[in-house]
Design a binder for this molecule. Structure first.
Ligand code: 5GP
Length: 523
């Protein structure tokens, strides 16, 4: 047996702060054992080090894949010298217990973050012996202290100097160590899952790892008896709700966040100035115009009764004219999301209306960097994952299926109505005219009911307007309801067994109809 009372095993890839730390350890009477690279580094710094291979009597083999995976190493970490059985094994096999293990791992995360990384490089950077030692030492924290980060060095030295590296402190180190190995393994599994899914037909891999952090606790959920919080992705994409800044108003609620997200999405795709008016996650108003103020006015007037207390989405920096329009008498707005507010607009919105102190003004970059991101929805016992229905629309494959083709003005309205339709809950029927949503039938269990509601909402204004349906009309009744309301053109995916009957109904009413070939259910 050696006369040295304490031994530390040091095997690290990241050598930050190592020299001072190990000098400190030797001053405290530790004997240091190290693996090849670490030993050379410490010896160059003039610190006496024993190579772990001379202790095990077994060389490092296979390009360092096997360095410390040896019973004399793991026995020295896992052994409990106070237990008679362990003490006998220690004696019999010439094991010399370690009291301190200092390990950090091959830089797997940094390696796979490099854009030019090869698969073989990634695999070679999976550390095997390191995590094994970390886990052994953390398990045996009753006897061993495990140090896994350079940031811990100073405190560990201080604890050792004051003789206070006690069990409670070792337990804390063990918890940090297991957190580190868990994060490390998660990074490996994420990387491999991604490689597997990139190579398979389905875009979703066999396993999904989601990581979110708490951004904000919310007063309550959809209802006051529900607890709630807003968790965000670790690195949220610019332009997402997670990156929005609040410039004014009351604390955001759970429902505000949902509606703000819908408000932004509803106007994001329009090139012209556009405004959305959201209630209960559906647009009750949506419009495009030459100016943002006009778009807002048209959107609010689409359904002014429903618009009271709404959430507004605007796809341009808010100017004074738009702010004035929002403050017009009788209008009440809960929240706004826009790419910005000019100084005058901000002044108006925060001083003029009765609701100035409460209105939540949110600013977020309007980019589509997040387009195509996955969409998640919890169901009991699981999570449904899909591509978000937010790909840019193309009218390349649209077909006129009726005798009459839509006029240019009708075609413009059809495009608008189709773009609006996918932001409305199914069954969705949208009546529109002149770039303005006139009536939405949303979330009804029958398409006919949605048609009747949309017609009722639009009233007389739908004369000469267009109708969009998020999925095919299964029967002619929806078209008959639209015709009765004065609709002149229709747009829908098509694809029903009854298409012929529906087309015949359109021809009979003189309605021009287009098939898009794409459905936009929104459940
Ligand atoms: P060194 O630079 O001292 O040669 O190697 C230090 C690194 O090797 C540390 O990051 C440590 O986690 C890792 N390591 C220690 N033992 C083994 C082993 O048996 N196999 C593998 N693959 N890595 C090890």
């Amino acid at each position: 047996m050696s006369t040295v009372s304490r031994r530390a095993l040091v095997s690290v890839s990241d050598k930050t702060g190592l020299e001072d730390f190990v000098k400190g350890l030797t001053e405290l009477g530790f004997e240091i054992l190290s693996t090849g690279g670490t030993r050379r580094f410490l010896q160059q710094a003039g610190i006496p080090v024993i190579d772990v291979t001379s202790y095990t009597g077994f060389p490092e083999i296979m390009d360092g894949r096997v360095k410390t995976l040896h019973p004399k190493v793991h026995g020295a970490i896992l052994g409990r010298p106070t237990l008679p059985g362990d003490a006998t094994a220690i004696e019999q096999h010439g094991i010399i217990p370690f009291q301190l293990v200092v390990v950090n791992l091959y830089p797997f995360q940094q390696t796979v973050a490099r854009p030019d990384v090869t698969f073989d490089e990634a695999v070679e950077n999976i550390d095997i012996g390191g995590p094994s030692m970390v886990r052994s030492a953390a398990k045996n924290h009753a006897h061993v202290a495990i140090v896994t980060q350079p940031q811990q060095y100073a405190e560990v030295l201080q604890q050792l100097r004051s003789g206070a590296l006690d069990e409670a402190y070792r337990r804390r180190l063990a918890a940090a160590a297991f957190e580190m190995t868990a994060t490390y393994d998660r990074a490996i599994s994420d990387y491999l899952a991604k490689v597997v899914s990139d190579n398979s037909e389905s875009s979703f891999g066999p396993r999904l790892t989601l990581s979110f952090r708490l951004q904000q606790t919310l007063r309550y959920g959809e209802n006051p008896h529900q607890r709630a919080a807003f968790y965000v992705e670790d690195h949220p994409t610019p332009g997402t709700l997670a990156t929005a800044r609040q410039l004014n108003g009351k604390e955001l609620s759970y429902n505000n966040l949902l509606d703000l997200d819908a408000a932004r999405a509803a106007v994001l795709d329009f090139r012209q100035p556009a405004a959305s008016v959201i209630k209960h996650n559906n647009p009750c108003g949506l419009a495009i115009a030459e100016s943002l103020a006009d778009a807002f006015h048209k959107a609010y007037e689409g359904d002014p009764v429903s618009a009271f207390g709404s959430i507004i989405g605007l796809n341009r920096v808010v100017d004074a004219a738009t702010a004035e329009a929002m403050c017009a008498p009788g209008r009440f707005i809960e929240a706004v999301i826009a790419p910005g507010y000019d100084a005058d607009a901000l002044e108006i919105l925060t001083t003029k209306p009765k609701w100035k102190a409460n209105v939540r003004l949110m600013q977020v970059e309007f980019t589509d960097a997040d387009r195509g991101a996955p969409d998640y929805r919890r169901v009991s016992g699981g999570l449904l994952v899909q591509d978000r229905d937010d790909l840019l629309q193309s009218d390349a494959g649209w077909q006129v299926v009726t005798k009459r083709a839509p006029s240019q003005a009708e075609l413009a309205d059809l495009k608008f109505a189709w773009a609006v339709c996918r932001h409305v809950k199914s069954n969705a029927i949208v009546f529109a005219k002149d770039g303005m949503l006139l009536g939405a039938g949303a979330g009804q269990m029958s398409r006919l009911d949605s048609s009747i509601i949309a017609a009722f909402k639009a009233g007389e204004r739908s004369q000469g307007g267009v109708v969009a349906s998020d999925a095919f009309f299964p029967f002619r009744d929806g078209i008959d309801a639209a015709a009765k309301a004065g609709i002149r053109s229709a747009i829908q995916p098509g694809g029903s067994k009854n298409d012929a009957e529906v087309i015949a109904a359109c021809d009979q009413h003189g309605i021009a109809m287009m098939f898009t070939g794409m459905r936009h259910f929104r459940h």
